[in-house]
Design a protein around this ligand. Structure first.
Ligand SMILES: NC(=O)N[C@@H](CC(=O)O)C(=O)O
Ligand SMILES: [Zn+2]
Ligand SMILES: [Zn+2]
Length: 344
């Protein structure tokens, strides 16, 4: 039995750092393990322009504790008013790594997202031309579509038509939750990637709903049936270069989670690498953790893998059940079993 695992230092290809006091509290947990992260732009107000991305990046770097090595990879929040020239200029200046598409109303802070996809066509065409990837929250928002079907319907009605209409556009299906998404991604060429979160490899919808409602397991897209979780496990542990880690670590205070209408999001930054090592070991794929967490993402984004390494050892990790922030406690995702691996 292996007791030590050294991999190239991982990156997180989907992360919510928030801003202000919350950012100062959560950023060190990501920077302790990850070299880079794609920073989600769903602040209030959202990060829409190149200038806003630059200012947000500066705030992140100012909040990074002395001595920590971390590079935020910025994204712009796509709106129907987004200017293709501003996006291209931000890309040319090295300010942004991707653009994020939120269907209007699909998730936390997505009110400024896209309702009519025809209105963003010029921006998508420009992105295809300059090779700038589009990260997609892939759920339809129609009230008449069951929440458990919203990802699969999005693939048919929105994602596939957008990709057909915009040849060459590089797309990341973010935080996929269904076997439908795994099957779709598996059938495409390397212009399509898909991120998988830590928590969707661990929980299914029973964890949220059976035996009492568990708000800390509520996130979007909502966890699906067990068969879908197993499909995600197979994809993540397969080594297939199209699938890579995007934790979607999404901190909300307990006060905001434990409401009659609580916020969606799981906070996994402190224990993601411990959980993943165990998940990959359970599936006999510890030797493929590096591909999922450290190699496939950079390859999709055309970036070098990190030169530095991260070592995990077989021992119970020490992390708190919740972290304290100036806004109140934030609960750390509980996988429901004791963890065997810690980052050294
Ligand atoms: N995943 C979530 O449940 N929540 C995210 C938004 C998102 O990634 O959809 C958040 O910003 O809190
Ligand atoms: Zn999302
Ligand atoms: Zn997210």
């Amino acid at each position: 039995m292996t007791d030590t695992l050294t991999i190239r230092r991982p990156d997180d290809w989907h992360l919510h750092l928030r801003d202000g006091a919350m950012m100062r509290a959560v950023l060190p947990h990501t920077a302790a393990h990850f070299a880079r992260a794609i920073i989600m732009p769903n602040l209030v107000p959202p990060v829409v322009t190149g200038a806003q991305a630059q200012a947000y990046r500066d705030r992140i770097m100012a909040a990074l504790p002395e001595g920590m090595d971390f590079t935020p990879l910025m994204t712009l929040y796509l709106t129907e008013d987004t200017d293709a020239a501003d996006v291209a200029a931000a890309h040319a200046a090295g300010l942004i790594t991707a653009v994020k598409l939120y269907p209007a109303g699909a998730t936390t802070n997505s009110a400024s997202g896209v309702a009519n996809f025809d209105h963003v066509r010029p921006v998508l065409e420009k992105m295809a031309e300059i090779g700038l990837p589009l990260c997609v929250h892939g759920e339809v928002t129609d009230a008449d579509i069951d929440i458990f079907d919203r990802e699969a319907v999005f693939i048919d009605r929105v994602l596939d038509p957008i990709r057909r209409a915009t040849p060459g556009l590089r797309v990341v299906m973010e935080h996929i939750t269904t076997s439908d998404a795994v099957d779709y991604a598996s059938a495409q060429d390397d212009s399509l990637g898909a991120t998988i979160t830590t928590h969707h490899l661990v929980i299914n919808r029973n964890h949220i709903l059976a035996g009492g409602i568990k708000p800390h397991y509520y996130c979007l897209p909502v966890a699906k049936r067990e068969e879908h979780r197993l499909a995600l496990r197979r994809a993540a542990t397969s080594g297939d270069a199209r699938f890579f880690l995007g934790t979607d670590s999404a901190p909300h205070t307990d006060a905001n989670k434990l409401l009659p209408c609580g916020c969606a999001g799981c906070f996994t930054a402190p224990n993601t690498m411990s959980i993943l090592a165990q998940v990959f070991e359970q599936d006999g794929a510890l030797d493929r953790l590096e591909a999922f967490a450290s190699l496939n993402g950079p390859a999709f984004y055309g970036l070098p893998a990190n030169d530095t390494t991260l070592t995990l050892t077989r021992s119970a990790p020490a992390y708190p059940p919740h972290i304290d922030t100036e806004d109140g406690p934030v609960t750390v995702f509980d996988p429901g079993w004791p963890l065997d691996w810690s980052v050294t």
